[in-house]
Design a protein around this ligand. Structure first.
Ligand code: NI
Ligand code: MN
Length: 228
């Protein structure tokens, strides 16, 4: 079985695994980096790391049209229900659940989570997914560096998806330290280049990661996929 991870620009990820189609942080409308449109995605599940507009994005409209189940923390799921989304599954940090696509655990993230209308979005999170074929993928979400990434790395990661944009999240230096703590086989940088304030050179970062760690870097173009 293969798992296919697609970067749609900024922090938007598509994941095809176990016969299911997931979309993470579906910010298409108003996303200067996105080439796809919200109407083009048809997921079974929508995963949301935190409440900020560049992550919640088009989740409500996609969920209503597709009937996808929204997975997020309890505060965001409650907000989704108040927007008329029928199918949600609330989790919280440290908790995992077995879905048809694998075992999904919410992880710590150091960030904010207010929703677009100012509602309380609870605590921000990352996701640690163990696919049905045993692959481990860590999607950090928006976060600063934290030492407990070492604990997440102890799970034995196949893929880590990390922000490198700086300003709102880890920048390249701390993202490199994150790679060393997580020790994934593969890393994919995201959350850079969308706006000038988070402009970065991912190739420079990739060269540093290759030099200073045993991790392979995959710098995706928008719309490109990585299979594992
Ligand atoms: Ni954010
Ligand atoms: Mn963000």
């Amino acid at each position: 079985m293969t798992n296919k991870l697609t970067w749609f620009g900024h922090a938007v990820l598509g994941l095809e695994t176990g016969g299911q189609h997931l979309i993470v942080d579906p910010f298409f409308t108003g996303n200067p980096a996105a080439t796809a449109k919200a109407e083009q995605v048809n997921p079974n599940y929508i995963l949301i790391t935190h409440g900020h507009g560049d992550h919640v994005g088009d989740a409500v409209s996609i969920a209503k049209r597709s009937g996808a189940t929204v997975i997020a923390n309890a505060e965001i799921c409650g907000w989704m229900e108040r927007q008329g989304v029928d199918n949600t599954h609330a989790q919280h940090i440290g908790g995992g659940y077995h879905y048809p696509f694998g075992y999904l655990k919410l992880t710590l993230a150091l960030h904010g989570s207010a929703l677009p209308d100012g509602a309380n979005g609870g605590n921000p999170a990352g996701f640690l997914l163990t696919t049905t074929d045993g692959k481990k993928i860590y999607m950090a979400g928006d976060t600063g560096l934290f030492g407990d990434m070492k604990l997440i790395g102890e799970e034995g990661l196949d893929v880590a998806v990390l922000p490198i944009g700086d300003n709102y999240t880890m920048g390249p230096d701390d993202a490199l330290r994150a790679v060393k703590l997580l020790a994934p086989k593969h890393v994919i940088p995201i959350h850079f280049g969308t706006w000038d304030v988070i402009a970065q050179n991912p190739q420079d970062w990739a060269a540093r990661v290759v030099k200073e760690s045993g991790t392979q870097v995959h710098v995706l173009k928008v719309g490109e996929s990585f299979t594992f």
